[in-house]
Design a protein around this ligand. Structure first.
Ligand code: F0G
Length: 448
């Protein structure tokens, strides 16, 4: 039985539903322009009978695929033969139980977990998706690739592209990405093009560039990327002794993660590997809150795939008419036209999800708390804790529910936001450095 038959691509639009082999490469349905999904014929895949069977791979970690936190779960993203699988040991992440951060959000001890994705090779969750997407790129024989980015995608693409010997171009909004991320894409050797515009402009341009020049696109429009990102959920379940949490809290930008997480849980339930699906909270920044507005105010829903396009079209037309450009200190999620919007609506449906937006002030305060008591993170990641604080205050999440927040990126990604918060005493948890003379007695007086 050929492995390519075990997986195929399918348009998410129920009125289209076109199917394609995984050996083909598109970033939108060639028939109707909607998003594509990777689907599996599970009866053709030897999926372990229970999730804990995956733990056996820990015993064979000299095998590069078993060492990868993505490919350890390979039966659940079985779209390409092993020989194409790309890994640079992504997904060696930590699920940290954290009672001090729990106290800040009024959650009972033992119930809050932080899934720290900053430990990935390029310092963000993106590497999970890139290991999968670059495997597909190898499978289809791609030689050159591109992405648009708020910074982390470009860092990750640059790292993986050169590992796989692909040429790579990244498009970023000029002045819109954090320094740590910009330094990575340059250092990892990507051709880095700064467009006079924001992420949404970059995203539009990169699609046309990829189409015209037949470059392989690595944004989360690429359905293979989302397959890799599903594994973040498998590792959370693994960290909880193969139990599902009550809530997953995730920042919302281009909405690839939330889409992937919903799909992961749907499939696990379908396979009988979990008994219930956790709820999901997606957190926007108030300066880039398209999802919050569309879901909470405009009542946009998945509706079995028959999404009301007029609501979205009118919303975007209004953004254009107002010449709106999103702004938040959490530059990673400074996005107003999220490409995975519809898949995210599906994930909200699957996970009985909620959406909230938090201010930059709430984000930087939460970030300081995660820095002080946890492993630190970049601003977008801290939106999770700021959002959880809201949801606890509203009573949507109870104090004794088991909650996993996804900390998507490493604290050193964006040193400017951190230094400014502390040095300029921007918030209640600022911890500015103290100026001191070069004198022992004076120094001793300062120590508390
Ligand atoms: N957190 C971080 C650190 C990110 O870099 C991103 C997205 C998100 C959250 C949002 O994730 O798009 O799955 O909803 N960064 C992309 C980039 C857009 O280009 O690096 P999402």
């Amino acid at each position: 039985m050929s492995i390519t038959n075990a997986a195929y691509q399918k348009c998410i639009n129920p009125d289209c539903g076109a199917e394609f082999d995984c050996s083909e490469s598109f970033f939108k349905c060639p028939q109707c322009g909607e998003l594509l999904d990777i689907r599996y014929n599970w009866d053709k895949i030897e999926v372990p009978k229970k999730l804990s069977d995956f733990a056996k791979r820990w015993a064979s970690r000299k095998n590069r695929l078993d060492f990868s936190g993505v490919w350890r779960f390979r039966e659940l993203l079985n779209f390409c033969p092993d020989k194409y699988k790309v890994t640079i040991s992504e997904g060696q992440t930590i699920l940290q139980q954290n009672d001090l951060v729990a106290k800040y959000v009024d959650v009972k001890p033992g119930r809050l977990y932080l899934q720290y994705e900053g430990l990935n090779p390029s310092g963000s969750f993106k590497d999970n998706g890139m290991s999968a997407a670059f495997s597909h790129a190898k499978m289809v024989g791609a030689k050159s690739c591109a992405c648009a980015s708020t910074g982390n995608t470009s860092a990750s693409v640059a790292l993986y592209a050169h590992h796989c010997d692909l040429k790579c171009t990244v498009f970023i909004g000029s002045g819109r990405i954090a320094f740590g991320k910009l330094s990575q894409s340059m250092d990892y050797g990507a051709q880095t093009i700064q467009i006079a515009g924001d992420f949404d402009d970059c995203m539009r341009q990169v699609q046309d560039v990829c189409t015209k020049l037949s470059l392989y696109l690595l944004n989360s429009l690429n359905p293979f990327r989302l397959e890799g990102q599903k594994t973040i959920m498998y590792r959370i379940i693994e960290g909880l002794g193969w139990e599902v949490p009550d809530w997953i809290v995730v920042p919302g930008g281009n909405l690839g993660n939330s889409s992937a997480f919903g799909k992961a849980f749907y499939e696990l339930k379908q396979l009988g590997l979990i008994e219930r699906i956790p709820r999901m909270a997606i957190i926007n920044a108030t300066g880039a809150d398209t999802l919050t507005d569309l879901v909470n105010n405009k009542k946009l829903i998945w509706n079995k795939g028959k999404v009301n396009n007029k609501i979205i079209d009118d919303y975007y037309a209004d953004l254009t008419a107002r010449n709106f450009s999103p702004h938040t200190c959490a530059s990673a999620i400074e996005i107003s036209r999220p490409v995975n919007l519809k898949k995210c609506l599906r994930a909200l449906d699957i996970c009985n999800g909620v959406v909230r937006a938090v201010t930059d002030e709430e984000i930087v305060d939460a970030k300081a708390i995660i820095g002080k008591y946890g492993l630190g993170c970049e601003p977008a990641s801290a939106a999770t804790i700021a959002g959880l604080k809201h949801l606890r205050a509203e009573g949507v999440i109870a104090a004794d529910e088991r909650i996993a927040c996804v900390l998507t990126g490493h604290p050193l990604k964006d040193p400017n936001v951190t230094v400014n918060y502390h040095k300029d005493k921007q918030g209640e948890f600022s911890n500015p450095p103290i100026e001191a003379p070069n004198d022992l007695d004076e120094l001793i007086k300062l120590i508390k």
